[in-house]
Design a protein around this ligand. Structure first.
Ligand code: CAA
Length: 259
């Protein structure tokens, strides 16, 4: 498939999507969101893929939703754009495999929102995070108010939303917006190192962990415990569970087959 706004690359079990619209610092217009959506279709169909990395080309991860495209939207068009973007990001959040955001630069507005729908965020210490929407007279539209509050707490989220303050990777790490900030030069090797660490584990179990955390986080504790119990039990129907435990008793490295 030919993409104009993203780069889609598969190496081994890892797919990397690079947001690539350099003339607008990778800003998300409708067409870029559509391509992201189509890329998710491709990923869902490829059984050999076990992990997705999302990053950006040049000095930006994503500098937000496209302000030029949004500038003359009607209320109905804004609602449709917001719903579409939020749905694509929700698909990323719900993708069975782990998704790591490698935040290389500006992650503003829709860019911060894209990073937040990923499971794990590793940032360059040079990255810049913020929700500048109120400075444009709008609110975030791709679920930023919701995920930011869940990640850093409502007080800090409101401070960032009300003030449009931009913070760097280290500050984002300090407030829990990203898992880790690293020197810019080692960002991608850190991300792929983490990816390999994850790929060395039982991938069905990894996916069930993602599902348990995501679904459990959105419900009450008793229901969440039930979700975990069911997924734990399902692991015992897999070859990976047999292999993982046999390898432990035989004091060797497990060879998982994702079955
Ligand atoms: N939409 C459209 N174009 C954008 C853009 C965006 N979000 N961000 C940058 N660009 C364009 C600029 O207009 C510029 O284009 P021209 O060369 O044609 O003038 C080009 O990208 C390069 O940008 P700058 O010259 O501004 O680069 P800089 O290094 O001086 O500044 C920046 C970088 C601080 C990120 C600045 O570009 C900026 O503030 N961008 C907007 C950030 C923003 O407000 N994002 C939130 C958008 S609203 C949103 O995302 C809502 C939502 O949740 C749905």
């Amino acid at each position: 498939m030919e993409f104009k706004n993203i780069k889609f690359e598969v190496i081994g079990n890892i797919c990397t999507i690079t947001m690539s619209r350099p003339k607008a610092l990778n800003a998300l217009n409708r067409s870029a969101l559509e391509e992201l959506d189509q890329a998710l279709d491709l990923i869902g169909k490829d059984k050999n893929l076990h992990l997705l990395v999302i990053t950006g080309e040049g000095k930006a991860f994503v500098a937000g939703a496209d302000i030029v495209e949004m500038s003359d939207m009607t209320t109905a068009e804004a609602a449709s754009f917001s719903k579409f973007g939020a749905d694509v990001f929700r698909r990323i959040e719900k993708l069975e495999m782990p998704v790591i955001a490698a935040v290389n630069g500006f992650a503003l507005g829709g860019g911060c929102e894209l990073a937040m729908c990923c499971d794990i965020r590793v940032a360059s210490e040079k990255a810049k995070f913020g929700q500048p929407e109120t400075g444009l007279g709008i609110t975030p539209g791709f679920s930023g108010t919701q995920r930011l509050a869940r990640l850093v707490g409502p007080g800090k989220a409101k401070e960032l939303l009300f003030s449009c303050r931009v913070i760097d990777g280290r500050e984002a790490e300090r407030i829990g917006l990203v898992n880790q900030a690293v020197q810019h030069e080692v960002l991608m090797e850190t991300v792929y190192g983490l990816a390999q660490e994850i790929l060395g584990k039982g991938q069905i179990a990894v996916r069930y962990c993602k599902e348990a955390v995501n679904r459990g986080y959105e419900t009450d504790m008793d229901t969440a415990m039930d979700i975990e119990k069911n997924l734990f039990a399902l692991c015992f129907a897999t070859e990976d569970q047999k292999e993982g435990m046999t390898a432990f008793t035989e004091k060797r490295k497990a060879e998982f087959k994702t079955r």
